[in-house]
Design a protein around this ligand. Sequence first.
Ligand code: UDP
Length: 236
Amino acid sequence: MKKLEQIYEGKAKKVFNTDDPDLLIVDYKDDATAFNGEKKGTIVGKGVINNRMTNQFMRLLAADSVPTHYVEELSDRETLVKAVKIVPLEVIVRNIAAGSFSKRFGVREGTVFKKPTLEFSYKNDDLGDPMINDSQIYAIELATPSELALIREYAYKINDFLKSTLLECGITLVDFKLEFGKTSDGTIILADEISPDTCRFWDAKTGEKLDKDRFRQDLGNVEGAYQEMSRRLFGK
Ligand code: UDP
């Protein structure tokens, strides 16, 4: 399968057409942004790690009956995926307070929840990705009630799966963001990525941050954190 023309360039990935209208190729970049694009930088080697990690998680999730857009890893940075129309929602699951949750609700970072939380943001850079609830999602027709029920079910299932898989590698899953898409026949599937760009990973013993917070908060050793996550999951 060959890349035809580029149809989209996002903050961390480029997307290309192929000669099959139902398939696209994503190409992971080393570019990093934070705070809605205000902070920009490069994390050397990130694209390779995010591609490999996303694909591994998606293959395992598919086997655990969560449908995903993953089709085939083509190279270090390129993956063949199913074409979808992205549901413009950021689906955020949290096990531990951090980031915007701590800020918004005044809860100390590191507070462990009895049950995971799930929240939605409307994916819209101009509006700064505002939080949105179910009735608002229906009002502006971002998803139907049955689509949202399925998205919620998948999100909790993905959390259970990722949490236990990562714990086996000595990693605590703090929170993460998912995006879902709709195929041409209307099926809802997991899309986008699952990586240190979109999840908070803490070392289970030391609490060391092993994710994009090192870039957001200028904590140093950003590349080292991505490499450590790769070592924990793949031994390299
Ligand atoms: N997240 C993301 N993209 C976004 C916003 C959040 O991937 O545009 C991820 C983020 O990496 C974290 C989780 O979603 O794992 C929750 O992020 P939060 O709402 O705390 O926002 P932040 O503090 O990152 O602004």
